[in-house]
Design a protein around this ligand. Sequence first.
Ligand SMILES: [Zn+2]
Length: 304
Amino acid sequence: MYSIKYIPASTSNYRAGRSHKIDQIIIHFTATEAPAYNNGVYFSRPNGETSAHYFLDGSGTIIQSVQDKDIAWHAVQANYRSIGIEVVSSGRDFTEAEILELQWLVTWKMKEYGISKSGVLRHFDVTGKQCPRPYVDNAKWQKLKDRITTQIDTQSKLIIYSYWRGHNQQWAFVKDKNGKTVIVNRKSGKAIDVANGDYTPGQQLIAYEQNDGANQDFTVKDVTPQEAVGLKISPVQADKLALAVSGASYKAGTPVILWDYKAGSAEQLFMPVIAVKVSGVTYYTLFSCGALKAGLPLCLDEAS
Ligand SMILES: [Zn+2]
C-alpha cells in the first residue's frame, strides 16, 4: 500500500556491503519538517559521513537512501547490524500517517530479516542521543513500539457470511485517480486490500483505508464459463490470482483469499446482485457464485 522511491545516497555517506546479519532496526527523527524527498536529495550529495536507509513523512512514498545490504551511518556502534529509519518530525509526535507507514516498513523488515521485537530500538537506546525526541519518554516509546511492531493484518478480514442486508455486505466499484477499479465497502469506506502487498497464493484479503495503493487496484471481468456467469476479480498487480472462497468452503465465516485463477471455478466468481444507491454511488452485494443458493455474500468481518 506504500511505495518506495530510491534516491541513492552519495557513496561517501555510507559503507558498501556488510558481513553481520541485520538484527536491529533503529528509529530516528529528522529534527526538521523537511519532507522525506528533500532528505533523499540532501543525502545524495556528500555530507560528512552520515546517512540512513529510509526516510518517511506519511505521504505514502517512502524514500530509500541506502540499500539494506550496505551500512548506513546513523547509530555509531549499531550501524553494522542495523537498518536506520528516519521519521520526519521537528520534535512533535509522529502523525497517524507516519505511524502507519512506519508500522508497514518495520513489520516488513522484521519479517524479511527475522528481527525480533527486542531488536527494534531508538537511537536513544543505542547512544543516549535525544532521538527520536518525542519518544525518549519510555512510556510513549513503548506504546509506539507496540504499534509499529504489530503486523498490519489485524485489519478487518473479508469473509463470506450469511446475507442479512447489512451495510458491511455492500460494495461499490469506484475508479481511483489512475483509472483503476477499487472496491469500497459502504459501511466503513475501506477498500479491499491485499495485505502487505503479499501476492502469495493463499493470502487472506483485508479491508483497509483507501489510499490509492497498488494493492487496492482490481480488474473486474465478466466471465461466462461453461456453467457459471459472474465476475472475476483480480488484483492488477497479480492478474493470475483471483479472489476465491477459501478451500471452496461456502460455510458462513469462510475467509476470502487470493488464489491461482482457475477459469470456471465457481468459488472464484462473484455476482453483484442487490444494489442500493447512496449519494449517487451504487453499492452491490457481491455473492459468491458457488453459493447463490446458500446466499453467502462477500462481507467485511461478521456484522461489525
Ligand atoms: Zn537519530
